[in-house]
Design a protein around this ligand. Structure first.
Ligand SMILES: CCCCCCCC(=O)CC(=O)SCCNC(=O)CCNC(=O)[C@H](O)C(C)(C)COP(=O)(O)OP(=O)(O)OC[C@H]1O[C@@H](n2cnc3c(N)ncnc32)[C@H](O)[C@@H]1OP(=O)(O)O
Ligand SMILES: NC(=O)C1=CN([C@@H]2O[C@H](COP(=O)(O)OP(=O)(O)OC[C@H]3O[C@@H](n4cnc5c(N)ncnc54)[C@H](O)[C@@H]3O)[C@@H](O)[C@H]2O)C=CC1
Length: 725
């Protein structure tokens, strides 16, 4: 709703729709009523629009996009109504003015912002464009380069930058509403023509055509298969080529194309999934709504290798004092140098005027080899080698040294949290915090609770994720947790496809064309093939512990591919050794080139094992890799390891480079249709009966059998039917 009041000559309209004042139909209606009332009242000389609870508006209701009553047309009409008002209208922007919220402010004749406010047109991130004439007004106000940047990236800009761009007229540190009323009183009687953006020409550039063609190339490159940035570009270009009314018509056409695209649906789902995934529950009944986090005022990181150095950097950036510990002085010095380099780079990236990183102060960041230095920290994150015996030894030590309330976290990528916790006297305080590499960049934090982990420990880890500006997703304990467990069958299928006749570059191309930043073989080379090799040795799948006489391509009654082991046995660990599934220019090089050595290894391998190579088409590559991953996702849901498909999707988008405009693997399955996913898995498992990962999971079969229900209903079938699964 919008509330109407008077401040002598100024009518005050307050947008009210908690928590973020989205522009529901009712809000828009009340805003329109308020404007009419102000217009009709001769004692009102000006109007001020602000938002309730220190927030202007977060724009349209994302949950309402699929509703038949969605108010796009009325929002654009309302913005025009504001602009055409004969009395000056001033926007008082506190907190946020985003999307439709900013478009309302652009309809106003003046804008005053609080210094802490942020503004943006994030529609592009939802697969849309600012469809209430924002693509036509913004370039007229701040010029084409700045408008294009805001509209095609969706970034939120701080008030100070908005002032520099001319997006707002005034920035205040105190009461924004009072400042806006003051401005409204001051401008009463002044001509409004020059303040109406629709009447202004778009500011000229020396060579607009050249600028636009360069910008288009940049936008396309950044879009990575997403449609919205390109259409946003087209709408802004229309502003430079047409009168306002024609530009608005073009904007509407482009908006409708996006609105009906599957990408917009996927991106809106992804936005809501991220919020849904914050609401964690455990099968034991613990939940986000009742658990209280404990404060984390200091932390320690053990192990300053690939992961530890990124984790330290993240903590320092979040202003949490850190003790960084290594096994000896040599490792410590290497780790210290690496951490300092990362922090120097981060400090350089920080905005001018932002708080600086205080990492040269030993009270904020201390390096040590002495476990006693961990005595007083609130939380420890262990990131040593992936070795159960070593991890248990460290947790046993921590349990003796750390203060009673300290949270003990492990960054293991797959090991059993309960077994690690069993080495301590306080398993309720042991939890998995699985960061992704590089840990100071990747947004995902998989949070794994064990059998004894307390709700407080879970809530504290979730709170930590927020402090680190990461997305924390709470999941149960199983080998590989959610992300890596779903990744295993995906990578495994990719390797089976090589055995059967494909090549790494062919498989990678299909998955990169689908939208992954890198395909499974380039990813394995980047992560290091030795990591998986050590893990398989630990599981007794390869190495000296495999009983003599075991067939090369069989393990535990199922097909096994020793190809990755063969590569490791030849010293090919991926990028770090300059050779893996590809060859690189040097050890540590990044440019992957197909390797004739590998092609002849594959030919030789097929000969040895009597495999007749066949041509494998793109559809089979895509489906076998993706559907096996999705199939594992259904098994995870059925086992209660994750509370819903949204959790799996958020993990994949933020940790594994799944293209966001395809919504995550489970959402993707829902768009393909579960009966089709099931039929294809049946087909492939019949063709390759002993290949693991292709036998459809019981939960997938169930959902297909009950008629392919929408994704939001999946879990209800599980609770009703779990006893039969
Ligand atoms: C025919 C076409 C159909 C009509 C199309 C009309 C065209 C338009 O008019 C275009 C638009 O405006 S599209 C919307 C543009 N606005 C956005 O993208 C803002 C999205 N929100 C944010 O960035 C953060 O939530 C924000 C920065 C606002 C706050 O962040 P926080 O971290 O503080 O809090 P969150 O946990 O993210 O959010 C709090 C609760 O608010 C919900 N919410 C936020 N923005 C929403 C939005 N725009 N629509 C619906 N719900 C929204 C959010 O889901 C969360 O709710 P709960 O999960 O229930 O707690
Ligand atoms: N590398 C990756 O992409 C990811 C790794 N992980 C997990 O993170 C953990 C660490 O992995 P990386 O950083 O890749 O390993 P790494 O081999 O790069 O670093 C491990 C560090 O631990 C140190 N260390 C070993 N024993 C120690 C001890 N007793 N006390 C103190 N420090 C000790 C080593 O000196 C080394 O610097 C593993 O559990 C791994 O599975 C998790 C996510 C991703």
């Amino acid at each position: 709703m919008a509330q109407y009041a008077r401040s002598p000559a100024v009518a005050v309209i307050r947008l009210r729709n908690p928590p973020v004042n989205t522009l529901s139909f009712a809000v828009l209606q009340a805003l329109e009523d308020g404007l009419e009332k102000a217009d009709a009242d001769p004692s009102v000389k000006a109007v001020m629009i602000c938002g309730e609870n220190g927030k202007f508006s977060a724009g349209a209701d994302i949950r309402g996009f699929s509703s038949p009553n969605r108010p796009v047309k009325s929002l654009a009409a309302l913005v025009s109504l504001i602009e055409s008002s004969k009395k000056p209208v001033v926007a008082a922007i506190e907190g946020i003015a985003l999307g439709g919220g900013l478009e309302v402010a652009l309809g106003c004749h003046y804008r005053v912002a609080h210094v802490k406010a942020r503004m943006g047109l994030p529609e592009v991130t939802l697969g849309l464009l600012p469809g209430a004439e924002g693509t036509q007004r913004l370039p007229r106000l701040i010029g084409v380069p700045a408008a294009l940047d805001m509209i095609t990236t969706g970034k939120h800009i701080p008030a100070t930058e908005a002032l520099k761009l001319g997006l707002v007229d005034e920035v205040v540190e105190e009461n924004t509403v009072e400042a806006a009323i003051r401005l409204a009183n001051k401008v009463i009687g002044q001509p409004l023509g020059p303040r109406r953006l629709s009447l202004k020409p778009v500011p000229k550039l020396p060579d607009m055509e050249a600028f636009l063609s360069q910008a288009r190339v940049r936008v396309k490159k950044q879009a990575q298969g997403c449609l919205a940035p390109e259409l946003c570009f087209q709408a802004v270009r229309a502003a430079t080529q047409m009168p306002f009314a024609d530009g608005v018509r073009r904007e509407r056409e482009l908006f409708m194309v996006l609105l009906s695209s599957g990408q917009a649906r996927a991106l809106q789902y992804a936005f809501l999934a991220e919020r849904a995934a914050q609401k964690w529950t455990t099968p034991g009944g613990a939940s986000w709504s009742s658990a209280t986090p404990q404060p984390v005022r200091s932390a320690a990181v053990i192990g300053l290798g690939t992961m530890g150095r990124g984790i330290v950097t993240s903590l320092v950036k979040a202003n949490i004092p850190v003790v960084a510990l290594e096994q000896d002085l040599e490792y410590l010095n290497t780790g210290r140098k690496a951490v300092m380099l990362l922090l120097e780079r981060e400090a350089m990236k920080m905005e001018v005027g932002a708080q600086t990183l205080d990492f040269h102060n030993p009270a904020r960041l201390q390096f040590t080899v002495d476990f006693d230095s961990l005595r007083d920290v609130d939380l420890v994150i262990e990131a040593v080698f992936e070795n159960m015996a070593l991890k248990k030894e460290i947790f046993h030590k921590l349990s003796r040294i750390c203060k009673p309330g300290a949270l003990l976290c492990t960054n293991t990528s797959a090991l059993n949290i309960d077994e690690i916790a069993s080495a301590t006297s306080r398993p309720q305080q042991v939890i998995g915090t699985h960061f992704f590499s590089p840990a100071h960049v990747m947004r995902l934090l998989e949070i794994i609770y064990g059998r004894h982990t307390s709700p407080t420990a879970i809530a504290t880890a979730v709170q930590l994720a927020k402090a680190l500006k990461k997305v924390g997703v709470v999941v149960g304990n199983c080998f590989g947790f959610v992300g890596n467990r779903m990744m295993f069958p995906y990578v495994q299928q990719a390797v089976f496809l090589l055995e059967e006749g494909s090549r790494p570059e062919a498989v990678d191309r299909v998955l990169e064309d689908f939208g992954f930043k890198i395909g499974p073989f380039r990813m394995s080379d980047l992560a290091g093939l030795d990591v998986g090799w050590r893990s398989r040795q630990g599981q007794g799948l390869t190495g000296p512990s495999v009983p003599a006489g075991t067939p090369a391509r069989q393990r535990q009654g199922q097909r096994y591919s020793p190809l990755p082991d063969l590569l490791c046995e030849s010293g090919r660990f991926g990028q770090k050794t300059g050779k893996g599934w590809y060859q690189y220019e040097k050890a540590g090089g990044r440019t992957a080139t197909p390797d004739p050595w590998l092609h002849s290894l594959l030919a030789q391998y097929r000969d040895t094992h009597g495999i007749e190579p066949r041509f494998i088409d793109q559809e089979e590559i895509l489906e076998r890799c993706l559907f096996s991953l999705i199939n594992e996702g259904f098994a995870i849901l059925a086992e209660g390891i994750a509370s819903g498909p949204e959790h799996l999707d958020v993990i994949y988008i933020n940790g594994y480079g799944w293209p966001k405009h395809k919504g995550g693997p489970m959402f993707y399955a829902s768009t393909v249709g579960l009966p089709r996913v099931l039929a294809k898995l049946h087909k492939y498992s019949e063709a390759h009966p002993d290949v693991p990962g292709l036998q459809p999971s019981a939960f997938l079969k169930k959902l297909a059998a009950v008629g392919n229900p929408p994704i939001k209903e999946w879990m209800s079938y599980l609770s009703q039917q779990s006893s039969r699964l």
